[in-house]
Every structure is written in C-alpha cells, then in structure tokens.
Ligand binder design. Structure first.
Ligand SMILES: Nc1nc2c(ncn2[C@@H]2O[C@H](COP(=O)(O)OP(=O)(O)OP(=O)(O)O)[C@@H](O)[C@H]2O)c(=O)[nH]1
Length: 299
C-alpha cells in the first residue's frame, strides 16, 4: 500500500467520443479555461496539457480529440493519431461518456483504451440533463459491467457536480513522484496558441454547420506593448464562398467574431487586446497532410 502523504505526480488522459464534455471537464479541473468548447463535435484538435498542482499532488491532464471511426480524411487521421499518441504515455485514463447513452463510438473508444493496461476511471458526464434520476442507477450498473473500471463517477462538468471526489480518485490513482512543472504553471501551450484557439472557438460556434473542417487560424503577429497585446490572426478557409460567409455583409460578421474573440482574450490573458483578423483562401488545406503540418497539425 502506498503512503497517502507521499507526493504524487502523473499524466492523466481525458478520452471519449466527440462532444461528451472532455474540454469542459478539463477547464473545470484546472479551474481556468484552457480548452475551447462548443456544442459542435470535433472542437478539440490539439492535446493540451493542463496542470493542476495541489498540496500533495500534481496532475497533468491531457485533453484529446475524440477518436473517430472514419479515418479516411487527413484531418480525421490527424485527430486519431493525436488521440492515440496522447494515450500511449499516460498513467491513467479518464473515460468520459454521456449519462444514459452508450453508442458504437463509445464502445470503440473503450476497445482502444482497454488494450492499454492502465487504470481507467469511468466518468458519466451531463447528469444534470437526466430528468428522472431513477434511470441513472440501472444505467450505471450496466456500464460498470463493460470493463474493470477503477471507479465509476457520475458528474456534471458544466455544473461542477462531483468534481472534488473525482480529483481525490485521480490523485489516489497517480504514481508517487515529485512534481514536474512549477506550481504556478497551468499549461505547456503558448499564449499565441491560445489566441488562435479563442478565435477558432468563436468561428466554430458560429459556422460549424456551413464550414465543417475547412477552417483554421494562424497567428501572424503577437506583440506585447506594455499592458496591451497586439495580435494579427489569419483565418484560412478552403473556398471563396466560405470566405464571404465569414466576412459577411460589409464585414459585419467578421467584426462580431473579432469583438467576441478579443473579449475572451482580454479575460484569458488579463491584458488589453488589439485584434485584427484577415480571411484567406487556401484550397483543400484540410485534406492535404503537408498543409496540415505547416498550419500546426503535425506530429
Ligand atoms: N448539460 C451539460 N452539458 C455539458 C456538460 N459538459 C459539457 N457539456 C456541453 O457539451 C458540449 C460539448 O462539450 P465539450 O467540452 O466541447 O466536449 P468535447 O468532448 O471536448 O468535444 P470534442 O472537442 O468534439 O471532442 C458543450 O456544449 C458543453 O457545454 C454537462 O455536464 N452538462
């Protein structure tokens, strides 16, 4: 039996099919917005390290894109690769599902993680959506039987229900070890990276239906001038039509996206932000492995 007073440190992957609430959970567990979220699937494209340091432990969370069944598109292949490589190197896995639901995609994620031979905690998210709580118990009993989970925790990432017990269980499952990151460090990603993510978040929220994959953001300029960040963002799309949608009549749509993204950045960075956005067309970037890697989606 390991000593509960000893310090613990390790990597913890958050996995699950798209849209189950992985990014929302990560943000909650860190206590700050690190991953972008939207109600459209496939918002997350990068694995993000979120670091939570407590008195006795350091938990290094790895957020993964949803694992997809169809691997025939370059972006899907990239997403699958990132998710699987994030899994190879962790100490435990948080497997997130949605309360009262179990889909084929959930099963294929479980198949992938059950081969890894590491502790898996099953997190049943969105319990705030369950109107009739009597339905929860039989559901929990049924899915508990699908694998030898370390524990099963019903929770609501959005409302923050049951997250303290979750953190305790995560710490208990970590290996003993000294912390890897300084305690004030929340992530290993740069501010530039988050600037691009916050712009992409606004665009994904508005246009995921019209422009499913064909959108990415590159930060061309990121300069600090006293209390001000001067940021230039380039939005890449695949077709002229998509560019027109994003710019909108008289540039109004792009202006709104810019205003929202700027507000989010000012909260996130705690700085004044001057943001300028441009939209450019690059044909078929999302199905071209070379273009993907130049835009930051490489291995
Ligand atoms: N009602 C409810 N909604 C939630 C909860 N957690 C997340 N959501 C919502 O579910 C949607 C998806 O959440 P994300 O955190 O982006 O999901 P994800 O699993 O990271 O999605 P991908 O990036 O597509 O893999 C968002 O609209 C969230 O607000 C919850 O506990 N309750």
């Amino acid at each position: 039996m390991s000593d509960p007073q000893k310090s613990r440190c390790g990597f913890c992957a958050i996995v699950g099919r798209p849209n189950v609430g992985k990014s929302t959970l990560l943000n909650r567990m860190i206590g700050q917005k690190l991953a972008i979220t939207s109600h459209k699937p496939q918002t997350t494209r990068h694995s993000i390290l979120g670091v939570k340091t407590t008195d006795t432990a350091q938990i290094i969370y790895v957020d993964t894109p949803g694992i997809h069944k169809r691997g025939d598109h370059a972006m899907n292949r990239y997403l699958n690769r990132t998710a699987r490589s994030a899994l190879a190197d962790v100490d435990l896995v948080l497997f997130v599902v949605e309360a009262l639901r179990w889909t084929e995609e959930d099963q294929s994620v479980l198949d992938a993680i059950s081969r890894l031979k590491m502790p898996v905690l099953l997190l049943v998210n969105k319990i705030d959506m369950v109107k009739n709580k009597d339905e929860l118990l039989p559901y929990l009993q049924e899915i508990s039987g699908k694998f030898d989970f370390t524990t099963v925790i019903p929770l609501s990432a959005r409302k923050g229900d049951n997250l303290e017990p979750l953190e305790r269980q995560v710490i208990a499952a970590l290996p003993e070890g000294e912390q890897i990151f300084p305690e004030d460090q929340l992530t290993d990603r740069s501010e530039r990276f988050f600037a691009a993510e916050l712009i992409r978040e606004q665009l994904t929220r508005r246009y995921a239906k019209e422009i499913p994959y064909a959108l990415t953001v590159e930060i061309e300029k990121f300069e600090e001038e006293g209390n001000l960040y001067r940021i230039h963002g380039l939005i890449w799309v695949e077709r002229e039509g998509q560019k027109n949608i994003i710019i909108g009549a008289k540039g109004e749509a792009l202006k709104e996206v810019g205003t929202q993204a700027r507000k989010e950045m000012e909260k996130f960075f705690d700085k004044k932000v001057f943001l300028q956005l441009w939209v450019k067309v690059k044909k078929s970037w999302s199905s071209d492995e070379g273009a993907l890697s130049r835009l930051g989606y490489g291995d």
